[in-house]
Design a binder for this molecule. Structure first.
Ligand code: SF4
Ligand code: SF4
Length: 295
């Protein structure tokens, strides 16, 4: 069994406790307007071109078996529909102008990479986090990987949007120490407007995890003009749960514009960015409602 993974980040410090390695899986059931990982959305591998780094050396033109690259009028041209994401041009571009998002890994490929920082995990109470995209779309692979990590005594976290099947949750549940669970809106219409899908399954799955006694840390992205009117309602919902250990309010930023351009998709990033004062106000609203650590 193999999974499509677009990044492996070592020494991550924002994806759970301590020092961690985070594995980012391709594919997501949501399409949040504020997504800062647009390269994660499609299940299939895809090529990104950073034209400002291209020196028009022509290496990619030479190695591509499908004629997806050309140099015309002293400009590099990429014909995306010809690309089968084989990755040959990425290997031959010495200027980092090409990046292939999505490579296939088996559990045996990944394990040595994830085990190399085991001493750092132990010293910092860290471990390994599975993220995305939505890692649980590839839950059978995640289950196998998490099981192996637990056999090595490694702390595990799963970062999920929650829009997955109960089968997926049940499958990984025995091997996950902490769920990092995104809640983007409470009202279904707001959630649909922000992400393109209903939040019914997301809230049900969160309640289910809570009933099963899972340790859950909630993450709320704070995006002015999209979900800033949802903070109080989300906090009221969390108040009805028993096993949430922490809540984090994450301020939206719009640094990802160049990635949208590089993978050739429409940039949907909102222009309005919250200040730290805005974020703190949201934190204070939640603190007034729940007796849980909020940051
Ligand atoms: S190999 Fe890289 S630098 Fe050379 S033409 Fe292709 S994209 Fe540009
Ligand atoms: S990934 Fe393969 S098919 Fe796609 S442009 Fe590069 S060499 Fe051509």
């Amino acid at each position: 069994m193999k999974a499509n993974i677009f990044e492996i980040k070592r020494f991550a410090v924002h994806d759970g406790d301590g020092v961690r390695t985070t594995v980012f899986f391709k594919g997501c059931p949501l399409s949040c307007v504020w997504c800062h990982n647009p390269e994660s959305l499609k299940k299939q591998s895809e090529l990104s071109i950073y034209q400002h780094k291209c020196v028009k050396c022509g290496n990619c033109v030479r190695v591509c078996p499908n004629g997806a690259h050309a140099i015309k009028d002293d400009k590099h041209v990429f014909i995306r529909e010809n690309c089968i994401a084989c990755g040959k041009c990425e290997e031959e571009c010495y200027f980092d102008a090409i990046k292939l998002y999505g490579k296939e890994y088996s559990v045996d490929d990944l394990l040595p990479i994830l085990l190399q920082d085991i001493d750092f995990y132990k010293d910092s109470n860290g471990g390994v986090t599975l993220s995305g995209g939505e890692c649980l779309l590839q839950y059978e692979f995640c289950t196998e990987l998490l099981k192996k990590l637990k056999e090595h005594g490694i702390n595990t976290a799963v970062d999920t949007c929650g829009c997955v099947s109960k089968t997926a949750i049940d499958s990984v549940l025995p091997y996950v120490d902490t769920f990092l669970y995104d809640v983007k809106a409470f009202d279904e219409d707001v959630h649909k407007r922000c992400t393109g899908v209903s939040n019914k399954a997301i809230l049900e799955n969160l309640k289910y995890l809570d009933d099963m006694g899972a340790k859950v840390e909630i993450r709320i992205p704070y995006v002015p003009a999209y979900n800033d009117n949802q903070i109080e309602k989300i906090a009221e919902f969390i108040k009805s749960l028993k096993n949430v250990t922490a809540i984090k309010v994450l301020a939206y930023h719009n640094y990802a514009s160049s990635k949208y351009e590089a993978i050739g998709v429409k940039n949907t990033l909102p222009q309005l960015v919250p200040t730290e004062e805005d974020r703190q106000r949201a934190v204070e609203i939640i603190r007034r409602i729940v007796d849980i650590k909020v940051s």
